[in-house]
Every structure is written in structure tokens, then in C-alpha cells.
Design a protein around this ligand. Structure first.
Ligand SMILES: Nc1ncnc2c1ncn2[C@@H]1O[C@H](COP(=O)(O)OP(=O)(O)OP(=O)(O)O)[C@@H](O)[C@H]1O
Length: 599
């Protein structure tokens, strides 16, 4: 995957053709996940399965002897009591085996839940360390979706792996019993299953490729489904009476996916049935030939058939289990690759930035991944500590993109950005961002308490919270809330209240002020504010914020007080200066001012 110049560490096609090495890596990854999620539970899960396998092997051997005695008893050659007594070890083995198998299943279920959480956490960690720009590439979401499918299967892996070992041991035991009767038959029975084994391998690869190819459509269907059930879109869809239209778009896609899944399943089943039929015919041919040529005693023949059926049953189970393991392994390999991939990760380390004195952009440009043209070209911009700098310009002129570069959320595709005298590429981006706060134009309305909405982190400092709520002019509204700062917002998750658009915007402003940043970025901060709130914001900026402010707005009359104003036009800085200088220049700015843009 190529995202802003970064190449997928695997360098493979999307979806990748996982080879045996990827599968082994996936098994190792899931094994580590199991071990870390619960050592004792992993030991019990695997141990119980192995014990059950050993007991099954012992049972097969004990059965061979007991069946001889049982037949002799039926023929009156051995007393019945003695036959029953000699059967006790066999029956005890069966009982203990059943208990071990059940215990193993219980431990596996407990472990499975924990592994599922650990696997999901891996997906979240991968998403969290991904650079913001990578979220512009739909293939990232395809990868995350496939990794989620892998995470959903990680919980059964320990059980599956132990099941395979257990089936292999049972096969060895049953084969051992058959070998004593006919070594040739012990070889021919597993060979009769060769058609099934080959078909399973073909089916697994086919099913993964076909399912992975459906992921983009699946995500689209999930999106269309989500729009119809989430409150964010509920209002608009009703106002435009578009719910039916959306359902009509979703239904054919969902039907297409269901049909495609059915066709995949059908193809797999048809191949499976044909392979099973061939294997079954081969199996009975081998058994019939074996019995005919061996000419064993009746007891030995019964024991042989018991062992043979076990051999066949366990081999078929082994095939099914290893194919399930491989099938989940394919998506697990996606999860393991995502967990190991650092190609789209935020760079780690770098120097800590000092408090901001000057931020400079020189010849900075930016192009969105896959875009045909630059969104920004040749930007030279200076931000000095304590200044209020404004960015103005028509829609799409590049204001938000420029702020994204300033905030170290995107890196310029050319040119430099320096923080004091250090190139920001050499600084730790996390620590740079810790010195910047941003009241976004499209801020998020978190379904958390009001105080969590402000702090977006652990328990807030009461004094800072007080100042932030004052900066956001939230005090009056706070008094009307049933639990003050502890009031849960957003009714979707049980909150008693919701806020108005302007109140939410004030909250977003309070969130930015709470950080006490060196640099405060306000992107259209007043779009939803009433005039009093707008005035209050600018007074607060002047009085309480000693740091630097980058103000983006269309309300041209609110930038006249700025220390410096940059006017963007089609991704370039068309002019800059103070309000008076720009008016005197009689250019873009004056035209915008005269038309009263945004007022
Ligand atoms: N994610 C993206 N992928 C590709 N192009 C984008 C993306 N976001 C913005 N652009 C393009 O980059 C250019 C600048 O967009 P930007 O959002 O920075 O403008 P803006 O000045 O903030 O606009 P507005 O005033 O409407 O908020 C536009 O041409 C836009 O189409």
C-alpha cells in the first residue's frame, strides 16, 4: 500500500496471497496472543486436549483387547463377569477422556474471550499509530476490516491448534492398532483421504481470496446500513425523505454480497462433496480388501473396524480442523501483518520541542494522496509567539490543509516547517502536538460527560476546567445541567441532555483552551456562535491567551484585529499583511472585505 510515499512493508498485492510462511507467522502471532492473555488457561486448554488424545489412543488399544474377550464371553469361552471386569479400564479411560475434553472446552471458552479482546486491541493499536494521512487511502480500511475478521477468529486458534495435535495423536494411535493387523492398510487408509486433503487446500485459498475481494463492497454496505440507523444522519434523511432511497441503494448491494457468499459456499461444497465421495469409495475398498486378504479372527476384525473407523474419523477431523485453522489463519495473517507493519506509522522519537517562539513555513507544498494537483504550493508563512495570525480565503483555497501542516497532523510534501530553529521533521510529532490545540470546524460531539468532552483524557484539573468553561462561555449553561460537569451528553447512550449547535461549538473551544497550548488553532470558531458569544471569544483571546493563535475564518470582519493576515487563493498565498496594509493594497482581501464575506 502506498500512502503519501510510504510503501506497504509486505509489498504485496491487496488482498495479499498469503503463503505458508505468513500462515506460520500468523499461528506464532496468535500463540503469543493466547499466552499473554492467560498462561494457565492456555496450558489447561492445550493440556486437556492432549490428555484427551492420549486417552483416546489408550482407549483404542484397550478396546482391541476387550473386544476379543467380549466376543469370547458371547461365545461362552470366558465368564461374563470376567469380561465385564476386563472392560473396566476401557470404560474408565472413556469417562476420564470425556471429563478432560469438557474441561478443555471450558478453559478454551474462557481464554477465547480474553484473546478476542487482546486481538481487537491489536487492531486499535495499529489504527492509533497510523499517520493521519494514511486515513485518506481506502485500502487502509480494507486492511483494518480484514484484520478485524482475523481478530474475530484469534480466540479459537489455541483450541484449533490443540485439536489438531490431539487428532494427530489419535490417528497415530489408531494407525498403530491397524498396523498390528495390516501395515499396508495403515498406509492406504490415510492415502484414501488424499482427494479430500487436496480439495481442502484449494478451497481455503479460494474462499479467502473470494471473501477478501468482497471487503470493499462489504464496507460500503456497512456504511449505507449505518447511515440508516445512526442519529447523525437520521434528521437529514427524514427531512429529505431519503430513507427509502438509501434502503434501495443498500438492498441490492447487500443482496449481491449474500449471493456472492452463497456462490462461494456452493463452489466449496460441490468440490468438497465430490472429494468426499471419492475418498469414501476408496476407504471402503481398502477396508474390504484388507479384511478379505487378512482373514483375521472375528474379534480382531471387530477391533480392526473400530480402529479403522477411528482412523478415518480422526483423519477427516484433522483435515477439517487444519482447514479451519488455515482459513482463519489467512485473516489472522492479515492481523499479524497489520500488527507488525510500521510503514504507515507515525515516526517514533525525535527531539522535544521548546516553547514556541516562531513557526515558519518555507516553500511548503502539499498534495493529497492520489490527487492530480497540489492543494498548497510555495507557502511562506511566519507565526510569532503571542501573535494572532488569520488565514482567510474562499472555499477550497487551502486554509484547513495549511492548518493541518502547521498542527503537524500532515507533513508537507515539499518545503520545510521549522519550530523555533528546528525542522519539525526532526521533532517528536506527539510532543509538537502536545503544544498545539485545535478547535476544529467539524469537531466531534462525544457521548461522554461534559468534563470528559473538555479534557479528552483522565480526570481534569478543576482550576483548568473552570478557566476552559469560562473561555467557552459555558458557565450559564452549566448551571442548568442536572449534574454540572458530570452530565452525560448525547441521548443516544443514555444522556439526559443534548446541546445546541452553538453550545457544542463553545464546548469545542473550551476543549482547545483547556490544553493551554503554545499555539491555538481556531478553524471557523464562530460559525455557530451568536454575536455575544463571538465577541466574548475574541475578548478571551485578547485577555487570557498569551500564546499564539492561528485563526481561520470566512467572517472577514472578525479578523481586522489580527496581527497579521494571510489571504489564500487556489492553494497559494495571494497577499499578506495587517488589515490596513491589505486594504491599502486593494486586492483579494479588499474585495472580500467589501462584499462582507461570511458576515
Ligand atoms: N481529503 C482530501 N483529499 C483530496 N483533496 C482534498 C481533501 N481535502 C481537501 N482537499 C482539496 O484541497 C483543497 C483545499 O481544501 P481545504 O479544506 O484546505 O480548503 P479550505 O480553504 O479550508 O476550504 P473551506 O473554506 O471550504 O473550509 C480543495 O481543493 C479540496 O478539494
Amino acid at each position: 500500500m502506498t500512502v503519501n510515499g510510504a510503501t506497504d512493508a509486505t509489498g504485496e498485492q491487496d488482498p495479499p496471497a498469503h503463503g505458508l510462511r505468513d500462515l506460520l507467522r500468523a499461528v506464532a502471532f496468535a500463540t503469543r496472543l493466547n499466552w499473554r492473555s492467560g498462561r494457565l488457561l492456555t496450558i489447561v486448554t492445550v493440556g486437556a486436549q492432549l490428555l484427551a488424545a492420549v486417552l483416546l489412543a489408550a482407549g483404542v488399544l484397550a478396546a482391541a483387547q476387550w473386544f476379543e474377550i467380549l466376543l469370547a464371553a458371547l461365545q461362552g469361552r470366558v465368564p461374563v463377569g470376567e469380561a465385564v471386569r476386563t472392560g473396566l479400564p476401557f470404560l474408565t479411560i472413556l469417562a476420564v477422556r470425556a471429563i478432560a475434553a469438557q474441561g478443555g472446552q471450558l478453559a478454551a471458552a474462557r481464554l477465547g474471550g480474553r484473546v478476542g479482546v487482546a486481538a481487537q486491541a491489536q487492531v486499535l493499536a495499529a489504527a492509533a499509530r497510523t499517520r493521519l494521512i494514511a486515513f485518506q487511502d481506502p485500502r487502509l480500511f480494507d486492511r483494518l476490516h480484514r484484520a478485524n475478521l482475523g481478530a474475530a477468529q484469534a480466540d479459537t486458534l489455541a483450541q484449533q491448534a490443540a485439536g489438531i495435535i490431539s487428532a494427530a495423536m489419535s490417528i497415530a494411535a489408531a494407525a498403530g492398532a491397524v498396523v498390528t493387523l495390516s501395515p499396508l492398510m495403515a498406509l492406504l487408509i490415510p492415502a484414501s483421504l488424499a482427494p479430500q486433503i487436496i480439495t481442502e487446500v484449494i478451497n481455503i485459498r479460494y474462499r479467502y481470496r473470494a471473501t477478501a475481494a468482497l471487503v470493499p463492497d462489504q464496507r460500503r454496505a456497512d456504511y449505507l446500513h449505518g447511515l440508516q440507523v445512526m442519529p447523525a444522519s437520521a434528521k437529514e434523511l427524514r427531512a429529505y425523505q431519503a430513507t427509502g432511497w438509501l434502503a434501495d441503494r443498500w438492498r441490492p448491494l447487500a443482496t449481491h454480497l449474500a449471493d456472492a457468499q452463497w456462490r462461494i459456499g456452493l463452489r466449496v461444497q460441490l468440490r468438497d462433496m465430490a472429494a468426499r465421495a471419492v475418498s469414501t469409495v476408496l476407504f471402503f475398498a481398502v477396508v474390504a480388501a484388507g479384511i478379505a486378504f487378512m482373514g483375521p479372527t472375528a474379534g480382531a476384525a471387530t477391533a480392526a473396524i473400530y480402529a479403522l473407523l477411528h482412523l478415518r474419523g480422526q483423519t477427516a477431523a484433522l483435515i477439517t480442523m487444519s482447514s479451519t485453522l488455515q482459513a482463519s489463519g489467512m485473516f489472522l495473517a492479515d492481523l499479524a501483518a497489520l500488527a507488525a507493519d510500521r510503514s504507515t506509522a507515525e515516526p517514533q522519537g525525535g527531539a522535544a520541542p521548546e516553547p514556541l517562539r516562531t513557526l515558519r513555513l518555507r516553500a511548503a507544498g502539499f498534495r493529497y494522496p492520489g490527487a492530480g494537483a497540489d492543494a498548497l504550493t510555495g507557502i511562506d508563512l511566519d507565526l510569532h509567539a503571542g501573535q494572532v495570525v488569520a488565514l482567510v480565503g474562499e472555499n477550497g483555497s487551502g486554509k484547513t490543509t495549511l492548518a493541518m501542516l502547521v498542527a503537524a497532523l500532515y507533513r508537507p510534501t515539499c518545503g520545510t516547517i521549522t519550530w523555533n530553529d528546528a525542522d519539525t521533521a526532526t521533532l517528536d510529532p506527539h510532543q509538537v502536538r502536545a503544544r498545539i490545540a485545535w478547535a476544529f470546524q467539524d469537531f466531534t460531539r462525544y457521548a461522554f460527560t461534559l468534563s470528559d468532552n473538555i479534557t479528552l483524557g483522565p480526570d481534569g484539573d478543576p482550576a483548568r476546567l473552570r478557566q476552559a468553561t469560562a473561555a467557552g462561555r459555558l458557565q450559564t449553561m452549566l448551571q442548568t445541567l442536572p449534574h454540572g460537569l458530570a452530565t452525560l451528553l448525547n441521548r443516544q447512550y443514555g444522556g439526559q441532555v443534548d446541546l445546541s449547535g452553538g453550545q457544542w461549538q463553545r464546548l469545542a473551544i473550551a476543549r482547545a483552551f483547556y490544553r493551554r497550548p503554545d499555539l491555538l488553532i481556531l478553524d471557523e470558531p464562530t460559525a455557530a456562535l451568536d454575536p455575544a458569544a463571538e465577541q466574548h471569544l475574541f475578548r478571551t483571546l485578547a485577555r487570557h491567551h498569551s500564546g499564539t493563535v492561528l485563526l481561520i475564518t470566512h467572517r472577514i470582519h472578525s479578523v481586522t484585529f489580527a496581527d497579521h493576515i494571510y489571504v489564500l487563493h487556489q492553494g497559494r498565498i495571494a497577499e499578506h499583511g495587517t488589515h490596513e496594509q491589505l486594504i491599502a493594497a486593494n486586492g483579494h482581501y479588499t474585495r472580500m472585505y467589501d462584499t462582507g464575506a461570511g458576515d
